[in-house]
Design a protein around this ligand. Structure first.
Ligand code: UDP
Ligand code: MG
Length: 139
């Protein structure tokens, strides 16, 4: 995957709270184009693998439970400097600390239920995109 791409998930809280359309609209308005998108649900094994880097953290069990609690939207997004630009758009992990106008500030419930995922590096964007999409599903 090219380094002008990032990977996102609209998380279960945001889908359940009816924010899916507004979040996709914010992403498009910010100049990202969608290269792949899927309305889906993570299995426990998938969530454990996706967040394996956090396996030793105290919130890991709750994170896996939360991420499998409902449907998500997974997507590959493209824009110049996509990873950093998308992290700027979503804001800090904890919505209480997120800047005004960011997606997490506007739509997240809490630090755990924080509305969206955004890859933290080009390398992880490629790994995470490939975790959810086959090459034929990326356009
Ligand atoms: N998380 C949590 N409690 C914490 C930190 C993180 O429940 O104290 C959850 C939250 O959903 C977060 C995810 O674990 O988005 C991954 O954490 P990370 O530190 O990678 O934050 P992010 O990169 O998503 O901002
Ligand atoms: Mg992270």
């Amino acid at each position: 995957m090219a380094t002008n791409r990032t990977f996102t998930m609209i998380k279960p809280d945001a889908v359940q709270n009816g924010h899916m359309g507004n979040i996709i609209n914010d992403i498009l308005k910010a100049g990202f184009s969608i290269r792949a998108m899927k309305y889906t649900k993570l299995s426990t094994d998938q969530a454990k693998e996706f967040y394996a880097v956090h396996a030793e953290r105290p919130f890991y069990g709750e994170l896996v439970e939360y991420m499998t609690s409902g449907t998500i939207v997974a997507a590959i997004l493209e824009k110049e400097n996509a990873v950093q630009s998308f992290r700027d758009l979503i804001g800090s992990t904890d919505p209480a600390e997120a800047a005004e106008g960011t997606i997490r500030k506007n739509y997240a419930e809490s630090k755990a239920k924080n509305a969206v995922h955004g890859s933290d590096s080009d390398e992880n964007a490629a790994i995470e995109g490939a975790f959810h999409f086959s090459p034929e599903e990326i356009h």
